[in-house]
Ligand binder design. Structure first.
Ligand SMILES: [Fe+2]
Length: 453
């Protein structure tokens, strides 16, 4: 049994070095790792040594096999006389297990815009698993009016992406969130370039060299397995993570293989192209992989961890977002019908991207067949306001809740229900804010849709 993600560290005594190399010499450095059953490392379960190489910016990924299922472990690294802080991870339970699981779901952490207090509060909730649905970082330089600064210009090359990742990792709140539990990560657009699609940049130019640099830095800094090592301009990020018989997490990549946005990538009222069945958001291969996984799943809860708004969302003026699933309507229909025809017991879609919390029911032919939980941002778009009303709630009755506060969603899975708590902070422009629950919903087993908790 393995932890659901790799154990990760990076050697970077000077994390903000402009060359992106973290102040390390251009040679291989041996790193010792240890995994123990207890926080004091009295009962060591596994240990070894791995090479940190300059070609990977001295990042380290360790996949430990042969751990016991369904329990927590602690890990640490030692290199060149330095000892890392201790991290906690957890192995997935045995294949038949229906034991409960607490997760937290986060998205969209723009460093200069605010303090990462949401990550601190997330860590204090002590989830057993963290899902990050993208915009882990932003490529931009520091905007005017920011509460703190990122170093360097907009990231376009490997050195800049490495430096940006390294700066994010100096944040103590983010460090606490990583140390509390294993993370399942997928990217959205800002890890590379705003609203990129496949091989096309936001401005319509070819993206290939920039994409390859961003992928390399992303792999280096995330707790990903070797199966995600980038190959040229490609990186295999979508993957399935079973959690006993309780849940299967289908972690999706809705950027790398998508057809370019229909009619440009803004809001559009009239756009026939968004109904073109030849277009796909996950891309043909990933769509087939997803449908195949849903067909063969025996999980109590099938969870799609992905980026962009899944539910239909018609604006007051009749406009739809071309960057979201609305811009790829037949692709969404194939996925939804896929899980219905597969007889999936419970389908839950997890979403990031829009910086606001939403709770949505997912209808198909006027029957609710799934539920979507949209995690608002860690900081993106700043403090927001206390409003929970929104015009789209009135135009789209299947959209049931929205909050314009920053935070994360705590999602608890058990055999008979999913409980979602929308956790919010009143401000991110000052540090140390407390967290509260703005709303909670229950999804009962075999009853898709939202109920008051
Ligand atoms: Fe974002």
């Amino acid at each position: 049994m393995r932890a659901p993600s790799a154990l990760w560290t990076r050697l970077a005594p000077d994390p903000l070095a402009p060359d992106g190399l973290g102040g390390m010499p251009g040679r291989t450095v041996a790193v010792d790792w240890e995994v123990a059953e207890d926080e004091r490392f009295d009962r060591v379960a596994a240990r070894g040594t791995v090479d940190a190489v300059p070609e990977a910016a001295h990042s380290v990924h360790v996949e430990v096999a042969a751990l016991a299922p369904g329990r927590e472990y602690f890990y640490r690294f030692r290199a060149a006389g330095a000892l890392s802080p201790v991290g906690r991870t957890r192995t997935a339970p045995e294949p038949g297990s229906l034991g409960a699981l607490t997760t937290c779901v986060a998205s969209c952490a723009n460093y200069p815009v605010g303090w990462f207090t949401a990550y601190r509060r997330l860590a204090e909730d002590e989830p057993e698993l963290v899902l990050h649905l993208g915009d882990y970082l932003y490529e931009y330089s520091t905007p005017a009016g920011s509460v703190r600064a990122v170093v360097g210009p907009e990231t376009t090359e490997l050195a800049g992406y490495r430096q940006r990742h390294a700066q994010y990792r100096t944040d103590p709140d983010l460090q606490a969130a990583h140390a509390v539990a294993p993370w399942l990560v997928v990217w959205d657009d800002h890890e590379v370039d705003n609203n990129w699609a496949g091989e096309t940049a936001e401005d319509g130019s070819r993206l290939l060299a920039r994409r390859a640099a961003a992928f390399q830095a992303y792999y280096e800094h995330m707790p990903l397995r070797r199966s995600s090592v980038p190959r040229g301009i490609d990186m295999q990020l979508y993957r399935r993570v079973p959690w006993g018989a309780l849940a299967t997490f289908h972690m999706m990549d809705t950027r790398q293989y998508r057809s370019d946005q229909a009619c440009g990538d803004r809001m559009r009222v009239d756009c026939g192209e968004r109904f073109d069945p030849a277009r796909s958001l996950p891309g043909a291969a990933q769509e087939a992989w997803l449908l195949d996984g849903l067909r063969t799943s025996r999980a109590r809860w099938d969870v799609l961890g992905q980026q962009v708004f899944f539910a239909e969302r018609r604006g007051r003026d009749g406009a739809y977002a071309m960057d979201a699933w609305d811009g790829y309507a037949p692709s969404r229909d194939r996925v939804t019908r896929g899980w219905v025809e597969a007889g999936v017991r419970n389908a839950v879609v997890l979403t990031g991207d829009v910086h606001t919390h939403w709770a949505n029911e997912l209808p198909l032919d006027d029957t609710v067949v799934g539920t979507e939980l949209v995690a608002g941002s860690v900081t993106s778009e700043g403090d927001g306001d206390g409003a929970t009303d929104h015009p789209d709630l009135h135009v789209n009755p299947h959209l049931r809740f929205r909050s314009n506060r920053r935070g994360y969603v705590r999602v608890r899975y058990s055999a008979d229900r999913v409980t979602a708590d929308f956790r919010v902070l009143d401000a991110v422009t000052r540090p140390g804010e407390p967290v509260r629950t703005a709303a909670s919903f229950v999804i009962p087993d075999r009853e898709p849709g939202l109920n008051p908790a």
